[in-house]
Design a protein around this ligand. Sequence first.
Ligand SMILES: Cc1cc2nc3c(=O)[nH]c(=O)nc-3n(C[C@H](O)[C@H](O)[C@H](O)COP(=O)(O)OP(=O)(O)OC[C@H]3O[C@@H](n4cnc5c(N)ncnc54)[C@H](O)[C@@H]3O)c2cc1C
Length: 341
Amino acid sequence: METILFLAHTEDDGSLGRAAFEALSGATDLHRQMSTATFAVGIIGGEVSAAATAVSGCGASAFYAVAGSDFAVSRYATDAAALDAICRAAGATIVVAPATARFNRVLPGVAQRLGGRIDTHVGGFVVNGAELRIQRGYYRQRMIATLSRTVRPWFLTVDGGVFPRWEGATATVPIQSLTVPVGDELRKTKVVGFKAPLANAQTIRPDAKLLFVAGVGWTKKQGDGQVHLDDAATTILGFLDKANASLGSSKSLVDQSSEGQNVFSFMSHLNQVGQTGSTPRHPKGLSTCCHGEEPHVVGWRFIGERRAINLDTNCGWAQGKADVLYVADAFELVRKVTELL
Ligand SMILES: Cc1cc2nc3c(=O)[nH]c(=O)nc-3n(C[C@H](O)[C@H](O)[C@H](O)COP(=O)(O)OP(=O)(O)OC[C@H]3O[C@@H](n4cnc5c(N)ncnc54)[C@H](O)[C@@H]3O)c2cc1C
């Protein structure tokens, strides 16, 4: 019989992050499909009681915790020791965890210590009788493979945006606190803090509710026969700032910079969405000055509600690729919407 173990780590404030709640939805969905399996939860962090309470109603029959100042920070040696202890205590055969930077770093090592295997980017669970199969995207999510393994424990990390956030009432559950000895050999790495770009310097925001795509139209001659690059930059950045949106781009726009043309300094190839770019996940998307050609739109696979602004009534978005197309001047419309935000 399988034992499903859901693993999470706390954030700095002792709460669980969005990715943890989403992966928990995946784990509870898996438990529902594998009704004979035992279901357990394991949490690591500095102080884990708030996190344990938040997930107490998920239906798990056992809750394990490794807590203390040594486990408050993301350090491979202490994280590996803590997770190893939880997996052994739970007798885990299937381990589901969010694909956070902290877990991505440590879980492959834990799988190795336990003689298990790990698969990343899991996009769904299918249970066929007693056999678990996972779905995983390849080739920029254009091919979905269904995989199974006999080796246990089987570690599975789930990307953000795949499952909805788990929500449920709290329950009174006993937490089994595990003691993991930490000697100096596990403390060789000192975590001194985080260095992150300023929020306004970071235009790719995976957690944003909205993907704002800018196409090459922003750099083209407009109705007055002139290009308006400064105006375009101010309009795009103004909207991003107010809407806290993530910035995507068409290939044509980001390619311009490599051709030595004067384009936007806040944009790089990392922003490119599409067949040879990224396939981000956001609940909503707004395309502006972008034609909506197929190689671009394939990158919108995981965007929920899609809207576009284009001067051309026959652009690609009008061909069934957007839920709403505003036939309008994006300069005017985006400026107006920003004013209203
Ligand atoms: C193998 C291959 C892979 C590719 N991979 C990708 C990819 O990953 N991602 C990608 O994006 N593309 C990709 N492409 C390129 C893609 O086919 C298109 O060429 C590209 O997406 C076009 O970019 P665009 O829509 O910004 O520019 P354009 O096609 O030039 O469209 C600009 C649009 O702006 C509109 N516009 C101009 N001014 C305004 C205004 N004031 N208000 C509103 N609208 C305005 C115009 O009406 C026009 O529709 C790929 C192509 C190939 C062959």
